[in-house]
Design a protein around this ligand. Structure first.
Ligand code: 13P
Length: 255
């Protein structure tokens, strides 16, 4: 399970129409479904999930969602529950993305969402990351803390369903300060492993670690080879089937 590279596309609130979503998804799927060493997951807006699901055939390309609520039913206008997601046959959910945290999602809410998603049988892509780096290493403490709160009450047996994506906020999006380096990602991937080992001892090996933030066709391989990660969480570049295919091919060819 751990040996395949995991490449996840987070489409955020794009594209603008279902026609474009179908076009992009079918193009990505065509290239991705021949890759043996890569598991590809596309996370489109909720509204497109039912339609795109019809294009799923094998296991190499799957669909995930970008958020969930933490109750399975109730008067929560506009929210979607883990049970509803799982009833559609969708198996992964991104939780705690920095763009959701910026809208008011707290560490405690992230923790509740993680627990609810696991209970519904979903795999969780937990996003963590600092807004800025400081010389004293406070950002490492911040990430350690985000993980400890998010995984409160998550048992060892659920660890294979946890994927942690390190996404430094300063490296995300078209206004990113700079792209992170493979060393930046390596430092945090080591920190994440330490945090997990302190929480779970040797069972922590089951947790996959991803890097996300301005990943493109040119830097993907560098991150995959030099940051001790199991895959990538890709934003903008996952909406361009040509560039995303380059990323997938880099992952396929890693020795
Ligand atoms: P970009 O790849 O567009 O920087 O976005 C990263 C991200 O937020 C993925 O979740």
């Amino acid at each position: 399970m751990k040996s395949k590279k995991l490449i996840i596309g987070n489409w955020k609130m794009y594209p603008a129409s279902i026609e474009e979503a179908r076009d992009k998804f079918t193009k990505i799927k065509k290239g991705a479904s021949v890759l043996r060493n890569v598991q590809t997951i596309i996370c489109p807006p909720f509204i497109y999930i039912g339609d795109l699901k019809k294009f799923i055939t094998g296991r190499r390309v799957g669909l995930g969602v970008q958020n969930t609520w933490y109750e399975n039913e109730g008067a929560y206008t506009g929210e979607v529950s883990p049970a509803q997601i799982s009833s559609l046959g969708i198996s992964s959910v991104i939780i705690g993305h920095s763009e959701r945290r910026a809208l008011g999602e707290t560490d405690e809410m992230v923790n509740k969402k993680v627990s609810a998603a696991l209970k519904a049988g979903l795999a969780v892509i937990l996003c963590v990351g600092e807004s800025e780096r400081d010389r004293d290493g406070h950002y490492l403490k911040h990430i350690d803390n985000q993980i400890r709160i998010a995984l409160r009450a998550v048992s060892r047996k659920d660890l294979p369903k946890i994927i942690i994506a390190y996404e430094p906020i300063w490296a995300i999006g078209k206004n990113a300060l700079r792209a992170a380096s493979a060393e930046d990602a390596l430092e945090v991937s080591i920190l994440i492993k330490k945090t997990l080992t302190s929480l779970y001892k040797k069972n922590a090996d089951n947790v996959r670690i991803l890097y996300g933030g301005s990943v493109n066709g040119k830097n993907a391989q560098e991150f995959l080879c030099n940051s001790q990660i199991d895959g990538l969480l890709v934003g903008r570049a996952s909406l361009n089937p040509i560039v995303f295919s380059e990323i997938l091919k880099s992952a396929e060819n890693i020795k």
